[in-house]
Ligand binder design. Structure first.
Ligand code: ADP
Ligand code: MG
Length: 243
């Protein structure tokens, strides 16, 4: 990985709650256009890791660089809005009183024409051309999720953080939305950290999988390698639930 293409670099990140370690010495590097899936069972510290990168949870120690710039270390703690991160959570609440176009344009500080161009471009990308004037309640869950993706990508974040973004969706819709999401993320070129507890989702979406357990990353690698050469019995058992 060439140094210049690195978008997200976290080193030795740790966080405890009430003296209990929840994230321990986590290090990760993600390049532009790369999707890394942070995979592990419920409670292993995935969301806390994501929240620290986003700037809504303060690490006890470690450092975070985005596009080469320190956003957190012993001397630095940039607020979320100064970090160039996009966020998508399971509850991707759109603003109900705003139109789809206004939702997508919400974080944009450009002039009206540039906003309109960016909104059109993104709605096209997420396969919702012409949906701009609609309101969120007129959209299905899957459509709302795609609008949320467009909204998160609108300001061209260097890093996209996604926490179980598909868990709230109908099984039938999920595959299609995963594919659309991947396509759009690749076109936009952000570094993506996608949190999931589902091995099949990580295998399907990740360029790389970081397997997490008890606050530690226990294995990192291409999906094929992590699946075929699990680091220990527990990792093998975790993947063997897939059918
Ligand atoms: P995951 O996303 O992998 O399910 P989390 O990062 O949400 O895991 O949580 C990891 C552990 O940290 C859990 O035991 C959770 O209860 C605990 N935890 C998370 N946030 C807090 C908090 N603000 N205060 C106390 N404990 C927390
Ligand atoms: Mg979580």
């Amino acid at each position: 990985m060439s140094q210049s293409s690195v978008r997200l670099e976290i080193q030795h990140l740790s966080r405890a709650f009430g003296g209990v370690p929840v994230v321990s010495d986590v290090s990760l590097t993600i390049a532009a256009g790369q999707v890394t899936c942070l995979l592990g069972p419920s409670g292993c510290g995935k969301s806390t890791t994501l929240r620290m990168i986003a700037g809504v949870e303060r690490p006890d120690s470690g450092s975070i660089r985005i596009d080469g710039r320190p956003v957190f270390d012993a001397r630095t703690n940039l607020p979320p809005e100064a970090r160039s991160v996009g966020l998508i959570f399971q509850d991707f609440a759109l603003f109900p009183h705003l139109t789809v176009a206004q939702n997508v344009a919400f974080g944009l500080k450009t002039d009206r024409e540039a906003k309109a161009r960016r909104v059109d471009e993104l709605l096209e990308r997420v396969n919702l051309p012409g949906f701009g004037p609609k309101h969120p309640h007129q959209l299905s869950g899957g459509e709302q999720q795609r609008v949320a993706l467009a909204r998160a990508l609108a300001p061209r974040p260097k890093v996209m953080l996604m926490d179980e973004p598909f868990s709230g969706l109908d099984n039938r819709l999920r595959d299609g939305i995963r594919d659309t999401t991947l396509e759009v993320l690749k076109e936009e070129g952000a570094a993506v950290l996608l949190v999931t507890h589902e091995p099949d989702e990580a295998l399907r979406m990740g360029d790389e999988i970081a397997l997490m357990r008890g606050g530690h990353i226990v294995q990192t690698g291409a999906p094929y390698n992590v699946y075929n050469a699990p680091v220990d019995r527990a990792a093998a058992a975790f993947f063997s639930d897939i059918n």
